[in-house]
Write a protein that binds this ligand. Structure first.
Ligand SMILES: O=C1O[C@H](COP(=O)(O)O)[C@@H](O)[C@H](O)[C@H]1O
Length: 251
């Protein structure tokens, strides 16, 4: 597996460069296979990336009706809640989203009801339906924010979701609000062709440094993910302050 680190001058340039990279990857996937799939994440940098995608003139090179959007995790709240990762992405992508190919994780007022286990099981079934006969569909690019504690998706340090073998599961008692969430598990995340870990800001530096200094995946979940073809750490200088990427990567 190929792991690379790219350090950007600041958070804004990080967001714009990831947006450009994503647009090119979607165009490449559509040229190669006719369609593309991306797994979205939540968080501050992700929102900036999505806004940059939606504002880029290069957005017109992608056929958005042939991009399937999945989510890596979701805060388990009612549909439209501003804290939902889906709401954040919808606000940013706007009319680029084609409802037929946008597959968010269920909300508390959705068809699976307010039980997060039922909602996670429903999402796992949806993944399996689209991916059949495999348990998972093909993911071209899976985006992950990195939390200050090193969490990715809603897999938090020393939390049971880190040991889960299903493809999606409920998370209760998350240390970051809201406490109830749904997440793809490591098995599902690591099935992606490419995983991009995106982090900007000095508040992420300790977690990134730990991931690059041999911390295990239980302590720093970001250290436990890797794409089948490529893993990219896309950082800004502040987040990368504690690492020397020329010397060591977590994988
Ligand atoms: O709660 C979450 O946090 C992480 C990181 O967010 P950030 O704002 O610190 O970048 C995010 O990746 C995850 O999807 C989200 O649910």
């Amino acid at each position: 597996m190929n792991t690379d680190v790219v350090i950007h001058p600041d958070r804004e340039l990080l967001a714009h460069t990831v947006a450009a990279r994503l647009l090119v990857s979607l165009v490449d996937a559509q040229s190669a296979r006719g369609s593309a799939s991306v797994v979205l994440t939540g968080g501050g940098v992700a929102a900036a990336v999505y806004r940059a995608v939606a504002a880029s003139p290069a957005r017109h090179t992608v056929d958005w009706s042939r991009v399937t959007f999945w989510w890596g995790d979701e805060r388990f709240l009612p549909a439209g809640d501003p804290e939902r990762n889906e709401t954040q992405a919808r606000e940013a992508f706007g009319s680029l989203f084609d409802e037929a190919t946008v597959l968010p994780m269920p909300a508390t007022d959705g068809p699976a009801g307010a039980d997060p286990d039922a909602a996670a099981a429903r999402y796992a079934r949806q993944l399996a339906d689209v991916g059949a006969p495999a348990e998972l569909p093909h993911f071209d690019v899976l985006l992950l924010g990195v939390g200050e504690d090193g969490h990715v998706a809603s897999i938090f340090p020393e939390h049971p979701a880190g040991y889960e073998i299903r493809t999606a599961c409920a998370v209760r008692g998350a240390p970051k609000p809201p406490p109830t969430r749904i997440t793809l598990t490591k098995a599902a995340i690591n099935s992606a062709a490419q995983i991009w870990l995106i982090a900007g800001g000095a508040e992420k530096a300790d977690a990134i440094e730990a991931a690059f200094s041999g911390a295990g995946p239980d302590q720093i979940p970001a250290a436990g993910v890797g794409g089948v073809e490529r893993t990219l750490w896309l950082l800004d200088r502040a987040a990368a302050a504690g690492i020397n990427p020329g010397v060591r990567t977590p994988h």
